[in-house]
Design a protein around this ligand. Structure first.
Ligand SMILES: [Zn+2]
Length: 535
């Protein structure tokens, strides 16, 4: 198959041998030349030339932590931009008006900050949803708020016992509507009307197209099951898988060891642009609600319970998957949770070429931090989650941790200086799935464009190059793909993002508005700014 050359560009290769070039040649899904326009034209083996118009080419941007294949999480009102209860209510009212009188009112992405100063209680939204059954998910997916009608339909009338750290919050004997952790949320989700398969598929394809338009060429999916592999097969067969995906098998505290053993055979599942081979665990919840696992209680007396009631059982599960050749991925926001994951990985070992990873790491002690490089564990972080912090530390995240622990927040620079590999991501739909916003937060540690706002832990600000590496070389290393991707060099995958300007040189405050000119996966142009219908 004949290839093509992209010329008139400033190519940032992230490759030591040739850091910068002006053209790239692509053939059969691979980069075949990097250098001058003449070299690229000669190597392309065809006359086809894309003129980049002076734009910057960087390795394809990869979101190292995202949930793109859970279309039920993004139904209804998008509440991610609502900073106040009034805005939440207005969005829910609009959603209510869109449906019929008995329809559910749904919403997603609401922040704890929107409830600032108020107890999370269904009474706050009953007026807006006007008696309708309603379920809104918080931005971190760990908490939901159900209306009284929704609780009634689900038969939730009081406290419920769970085998994991989940809770139907009750006050004066009655549920408040707040549901903590998935087992509690599922009580209401069980009675929701189901989307059709066609609706769900369409929502997933829309998500993929949106990611492409934001320059994303690959995703590390953070929840999954064998059904996810079926979805990926279907997307690929239909030509809709316009990015690379790595999907895990999620193991929960309720999963029996027999069920886990039954999944080990999936280790080698793959398609052309996707693969499995990853096992995902949660060892804690979120710091904001007191479910992050800490060394000592938070200021509300919470934070002492791991998500797996028996952390030894979690470690056994890690070992089972590690021995079967899986990469293990553990969600750990709190510093005690981080240690539990490091301990489990150290005890389990890893197959040749496999490095386990820890997700979030919102606070970590010096001693545990030093273990990342020493024990070859990847740090996967989302600095843009600092957008919910308040300048005066009044947010529940900082208030619960107290100043000392909160001062050890998102230690991206400390981890890099210690020699750790850092991968960056969004955790969408928790936060915006736009790597330009993610890079801006990693560099600024404050809201992009809001120069008057506080910079959180200024010593932890990444450079422009380090932020880009988190979405490229770091992301590739996080999944054992440093030899096939993450850089621009002959023989590597032709996954490229073309931006109006080099994101390393662009001012961090300007990154969110930096135009994406073109996104290329496997040599295929999956997004072009001038061709809204795709190429
Ligand atoms: Zn996640």
């Amino acid at each position: 198959m004949a290839g093509y050359a992209i010329v008139n560009a400033s190519v940032r290769t992230l490759e030591d041998a040739l850091p910068e070039a002006e053209a790239v040649a692509i053939r059969d899904g691979l980069i075949v030349a990097v250098g001058s326009a003449a070299e690229a034209r000669a190597a392309a083996g065809s006359a086809e030339v894309v003129d980049a118009g002076g734009a910057a080419i960087v390795p394809g941007l990869v979101d190292a932590h995202i949930h793109p294949f859970e279309p039920d999480d993004v139904i209804g009102a998008d509440l991610t931009r609502c900073g106040t209860l009034a805005e939440v209510r207005a969005a829910l009212e609009a959603e209510r008006r869109r449906g019929g009188p008995d329809d559910w009112v749904r919403g997603w992405g609401v922040s704890y900050e929107a409830f600032h100063g108020d107890e999370i209680h269904s009474a706050l939204i009953e007026g807006a949803v006007d008696g309708a059954p309603a379920l809104i998910h918080f931005m971190d997916q760990h908490t939901a708020l159900a209306s009284g009608r929704a609780l009634a339909l689900a038969g939730v009338t009081g406290p419920v016992e769970f085998s994991e750290a989940a809770e139907v919050v009750v006050r004066d004997g009655a549920p408040t509507g707040e549901l903590r952790e998935s087992a509690a949320v599922e009580l209401v989700e069980r009675v929701l009307p189901e989307s059709t398969a066609r609706e769900r598929y369409a929502r997933i394809v829309e998500t993929i197209r949106t990611l492409n338009a934001r320059g994303v060429t690959g995703v590390h999916v953070m929840a999954g099951s064998p059904a996810t592999f079926d979805l990926l097969r279907e997307l690929e067969e239909n030509g809709d898988l316009t990015l690379r995906a790595i999907a895990p098998l999620w193991q929960q505290p309720e999963t029996s060891f027999d069920e886990m053993r039954g999944q080990l055979g999936h280790v080698g599942e793959r398609g052309r642009r996707w693969r499995g081979g990853v096992a995902k665990f949660f060892i804690d919840g979120v710091i904001d609600t007191g479910t992050g696992w800490l060394y000592s209680p938070d200021t509300c007396g919470d934070g002492m319970a791991p998500f797996w009631p028996d952390p030894g059982r979690y470690a056994d599960a890690v070992r089972m998957f590690a021995e079967a050749g899986f990469q293990c991925v553990t969600h750990a926001t709190g510093e005690r949770g981080v240690r539990a994951a490091l301990d489990a990985y150290l005890a389990a070992g890893a197959a040749a070429g496999v490095r386990h990873r820890i997700e979030h790491i919102e606070t970590v002690t010096d001693a545990d931090l030093a273990r990342f490089p020493r024990e070859n564990v990847i740090a996967s972080m989302q600095p843009l989650h600092m957008q919910w912090r308040q300048d005066d530390d009044s947010d529940s995240w900082a208030a619960r941790l107290g100043p000392e622990r909160a001062g050890r927040a998102w230690r991206t620079v400390d981890l890099l200086r210690a020699g750790a590999t850092l991968a960056l991501g969004s955790d969408w739909p928790v936060a915006q799935n736009d790597p330009r916003i993610g890079m801006a937060w990693a560099r600024l540690r404050r809201t992009p464009g809001a120069r008057g706002r506080r910079t959180f832990e200024p010593g932890q600000r990444l450079s422009g190059l380090e932020a880009l590496e988190g979405y490229t070389t770091g992301a590739a290393a996080a999944v054992g793909e440093a030899t096939v991707g993450g850089r621009i060099a002959p023989g590597l995958r032709a996954d490229l993002t073309i931006l109006a300007e080099d994101p390393v040189l662009a001012a961090a405050d300007d990154l969110p508005e930096l135009p994406v000119r073109m996104t290329i996966v496997d040599g295929e142009i999956v997004y072009a700014q001038d061709a809204p219908e795709g190429v």
